[in-house]
Design a protein around this ligand. Sequence first.
Ligand code: MLT
Length: 273
Amino acid sequence: MIKTRTFEIAPAGEAPTNIAVHMCGTGPLALLIHGFPLDHRMWLDVMNGPLAARRTLCAIDLRGHGESSGQPSSAEANEAFTMERLADDVAAVIKQLSSDPIDVCGLSMGGYVAFALHARHANLVRSLVLTNTRAAADTDAQRAGRDAGIEMATKQGSSAVADAMLPKLLGNSATAEHQSRIREMIEQVPVATIVADQRGLQQRPDRRPELPHFQTPTMVLVGDQDIITPQAEAEQMAAAIPAAQLSVITGTGHMSPLEDALQWSTAVANLWQ
Ligand code: MLT
């Protein structure tokens, strides 16, 4: 059974924000960080699977997403949810959850947040699972694409964002249920949050120089049909991190933990023994 806890965090100079964390399972804590523009529900199949016998799985809703507060007052507010800001939120939650370091797992944008958490709060991180994500910063073309995404979200709303993103998120075997679950999540994210995420994603730094210095046990996972963060890039990232394990989740796209939760969880169990 999944229980929801809410943590009040108060970053310096900001109004308090309530961050929702959805928890199930048993054993050491493992924090699951969702991608853009989603929420904790992308992890539900993983949470209902075998990893819950090894870890207390804690799926966070980042600020402005899911059941957490903190969405910007408007899309025009010029706010950016930088990966560092989101990572500081996550750090504040981890400090309330545990006095020991915990396992951290992030998908795509969640992976960028995990990188920032590791860079700023390494003492909170026991191990890292980086799934369907990349270490590189945006290229100029990707930044321009995000500007177009911001315009689409503000002019046409989050349904248009779902229409544009869905064909890129899922591999060939994804079901209608996967499609409708992702669509529901995207359509429920406030436009102001989508805009703040995109601005933060544009600003994220290149993490590649940090990879050879990682001392944290790390696993990199990727879907072999992922066209947003492709397998070749994941392979380079894993090769650059000392002793990182690499797992390719066959038959899946960018949302591998949702598309094939059992195959993904079986791979992660090699790290979370
Ligand atoms: C995500 O899945 O979080 C996003 O596609 C990441 C990105 O746009 O870089």
